[in-house]
Design a protein around this ligand. Structure first.
Ligand SMILES: [Zn+2]
Length: 398
């Protein structure tokens, strides 16, 4: 056993002062007031000036993507050893940034799903290959299916493979040649069919949806989560107030997949889209702010791994962009801890400082509930009770 004592903690939901967190093996055994006596014989790590949080959860990553230019297009060309090395390197980068759980939403066949559970790595919530139309967005990942029988088969295969969530590509996407982001890949009956089959097997469904039309189809079909949710039309970003309110009322998890390394360029595909539709980053942040103000349940996920502006471990910048969009820092932090854990079916496992929860911890210098940039000042990372990032001297990077 050991204990961490801090002046300040974010428990996954709110800020607490003077907290002692006791870790026993891979779990949190107690969360107490720091003025209470420490259990006899338990060593205490004092962390003055720091904030203790649950390890972060990145709800949208592509572990097979190496974060280089056109990363997803190069995935099919990897040999198995290379692919395993890319996944391992990706997970190490997440850990270094304080991300102790990732939800992989773009597997290449079953490479990520089959490799879950290695010691000292972040926990992986896996979807397997996204279900998509023949030749549709992300088709090369291996999840093509069309028509009720094939869709039912695709869900059954995922259940048998033991995935944690079903990912369905409902609109086109910008990262697949020939795919039109504004086009609808599946109509309402198909999406409803997948949702019913997945729910009958106890699996949630999260849907890739860019166009306003695709978001409406997903909402009506009762998906559990929507990825991107850019609400695009040929005229650019829309802010349909009634749709945002309906998403909030339905309790649908919305993962806007914002967040980029500061100073990095958008992907060429995003630049092309901006030229075609008038999309701007400022407009996107204003739209996400409107979604938050409508009361939507936001989840932080970065789309890490797809291009150089989105390397693995970029999640703290996604949280910072939510704050730039007008979201309160405490709510933004919840979207990357308790919220993302709940969306990833781990709401009773990780994402909170609570007895019985996994000892997944992040210690940062400063106070990210006041200045969200402090989320990048990583001092310690603990994953399932194992310290993977030790305390070092403050590099004074601020
Ligand atoms: Zn993605």
């Amino acid at each position: 056993m050991r204990a961490y004592r801090v002046d300040r903690a974010f428990d996954g939901e709110r800020v607490r002062r003077r907290v002692l967190v006791v870790v026993d093996g891979d779990r949190i055994s107690a969360v107490r007031d720091a003025t209470e006596p420490v259990p006899a014989g338990v060593p205490v790590v004092d962390l003055p000036g720091c904030t203790l949080l649950p390890g972060l959860v990145d709800a949208h990553v592509h572990l097979c993507g190496d974060g280089g230019p056109d990363a997803l297009a190069r995935v099919p060309g990897q040999d198995p050893a290379e692919r395993d090395a890319v996944i391992g390197a990706a997970l190490r980068r997440h850990l270094a940034a304080g991300v102790t759980t990732v939800r992989d939403l773009g597997d290449h066949h079953w490479a990520v799903a089959d490799r879950r559970g290695r010691a000292g790595e972040p926990r992986v919530v896996a979807a397997g290959p996204p279900i998509t139309t023949p030749g549709g967005h992300c088709w090369s990942m291996g999840g093509e299916a069309a028509g009720p029988a094939a869709l039912a088969r695709a869900v059954r295969e995922r259940v048998e493979r033991g995935v944690d969530v079903v990912k369905l590509i409902v609109s086109g996407g910008s990262m697949t040649a020939g795919s039109d982001l504004l086009a609808l890949q599946y109509g309402g009956p198909d999406v409803t069919h997948v949702v019913r089959a997945a729910h009958a097997a106890g699996l949630p469904v999260t849907a890739h949806a860019h166009s306003v039309e695709s978001v409406r189809v997903c909402l009506a079909a009762g998906v559990d989560g929507i990825e991107h949710c850019t609400c695009m039309t040929a005229r650019g970003l829309e802010r349909p107030a009634e749709l945002f309110r309906a998403l909030a009322a339905a309790g649908t998890w919305v993962c806007p997949t914002i967040g980029r390394t500061p100073g990095s360029r958008p992907s060429p595909q995003a630049e092309e889209l901006a030229a075609r539709t008038g999309y701007t980053v400022a407009g996107r942040l204003a739209q996400v702010g409107a979604l938050a103000a409508a009361g939507a349940r936001l989840v932080s996920g970065s789309d890490a791994g797809i291009h150089p502006g989105k390397p693995h471990g970029v999640l703290p910048y996604a949280v910072a962009e939510l704050v730039s969009a007008g979201v309160d820092p405490v709510r933004a932090l919840a979207s990357a801890t308790s919220g993302a854990a709940a969306a990833g079916v781990l709401g009773a496992v990780t994402g909170r400082l609570r007895p019985g929860f996994a000892a997944d911890l992040l210690v940062v210098a400063g106070d990210p509930t006041v200045d969200i940039a402090d989320l990048t000042r990583v001092r310690r990372v603990v994953v399932r009770g194992v310290e993977v990032v030790p305390a070092g001297p403050d590099p004074g990077t601020r």
